[in-house]
Design a protein around this ligand. Sequence first.
Ligand code: HEM
Length: 410
Amino acid sequence: ADRHAVQPPHVLDPAARDRAAEDAALRARGSVTRVDVLGEEVWAITDPVLLKRLLLDGRVSKDSRRHWDRFPEHTTDWPLVLWVAVESMFTAYGPEHRRLRRLIAPVFTARTVNALAPDIERFARELLDDLATTPPGGTADLRERFANPLPLRVIGRLMGLPERMVPDFRRVVDGVFATAVTAAEAAANTRDLYRTVEELIALKRERPGDDLTSRLIAARDTEGDGQGLSEKECGEMLLLIISAGYETTVNLIDQAVVALLTHPGERAAARAGTVSWGDVVEETLRWQAPVPLLPMRYAIEDIELPGGTVVRRGQAILAAYSAANRHPGLHGPTAGEFDPARADKSHLSFGHGVHVCLGAPLARLEATIALRLLDERFPRLALAVPPGDLVPLPSFLANGHRSVPVVLEP
Ligand code: HEM
C-alpha cells in the first residue's frame, strides 16, 4: 500500500556535487519522498503546492525538543544537530515564536532596511575600487573579493562586529553550512560559534555601540517586565541573525553574477532596462535557491497527505526549496531555465508562513545594489574559466561556488 515502505531512501550527497540533478531525482520520486540526511531518515517535500500547505499547517512545528521523536538521544552524533538544537525563533513554535519574532521584526522592515542603502552602496564601491587594482588581464576571485565581503560588512555594520572578530565569524558561519563534515568537526565548530558569540556579547556589554547587538543586550539588561530576552535568548538571537544573514546572501550574489556571465542575452536585457536588476535577483533566488534544503520540521500529529502517505507524529519533514522552485507544475517546461523576464518568478527560497525569512528585504536590497554597481563599474566582466569548471560548495545547505574567477577587462 505504501510505496515508501519498499523504496529505499534517497541518500543526499553530502558534497552536493550536482544540485540540479539531485533535485530532479528527488522530484522524480514524487511530491513527498524518503530522504537520508547524513544518516537521519526524513520526508522531503518537493511539490511547491504541498510544501506551502505544510508550511502554513499548525500541525507542523520546528521545535525538535517538543516534536521530533529522534531528539535528543538519536541526534547527538548527527552533524546537523545545531540546525535543530538552536533555541531561537528559528525553531520556536506557536506563541513562543511570535514573542521572539516580534522583538526583532521592527529592525527588518522595508523602511529600516532601505535606510541601510547608502552604507551598502559605499561598501560595494570600496570593494569594487579594491578589485580595480587587479593588474590588467589578471584574474580575480569575485566571490572572495566582492560577493563574500559585501554581506559580511553589512551584517558587521548592523550587528557592530569589531573588525578583528570578522574572520572568526566568517569561519564559524561557514562551518554551520558545511555538510561534508564529521559529527566531531561539526561539534567543534558549534563550540567555537557559541564562544565567538559570547565574546561579542562581553565586548559589547563593556563598550556598547550604535548597533543591534548593543540594543539586544540593553533590552536584556534593563527590561524587568519579562518581555525582554533572557541571557541565553540574546545569544541565540545574535547567532541566528549573524549566521542566517551572511552566507545566504553571499551565495545569492555569487549565483546572480554567474547567471549573468553565462547568459549574455539576459545580461544585455538587464543593462538595457528591459528587465530590472531586481528581476535578476528574484529569478536567481528561484533558479539557484541559496538554501536548497531546510532542516527540519516535525508532525505534531499524524498528517495524511494527498496520495495517502501519512507523516506520523514525531517524524521529520525536510523542505526541498530548490527542487520546488524548479517544479514544472509551477513554472512549466522552462522551469529549469534562467529567465529574469518570466512573468511568474515565484519561489520558496525565503520559506513561507510564520518562519518566512525576516531578512528577505535586506538580502534583496544588497544583491540588487551589488549587481547594479558591479555592472556599472566593470561592464566587460567575464568568467576566467569555462562555466563547467566552477566548483560547487560542498554543501546541500548552501548553494554557491568555491570561487568565481573573473577577468575585469578581457
Ligand atoms: C529564516 C533564507 C537572508 C534572517 C530563513 C529561512 C530561509 C531563509 C530559507 C527559513 C525558512 C523556514 O523556516 O523554512 C534566506 C536567504 C537569504 C536570507 C535565501 C539571502 C539570500 C537573511 C538575512 C537575514 C536573515 C540577510 C538577517 C540579517 C533570517 C531569520 C530567520 C530566517 C532571523 C528566522 C525567521 C523565523 O524563524 O521566524 N531565511 N535568508 N536572512 N532568516 Fe533568512
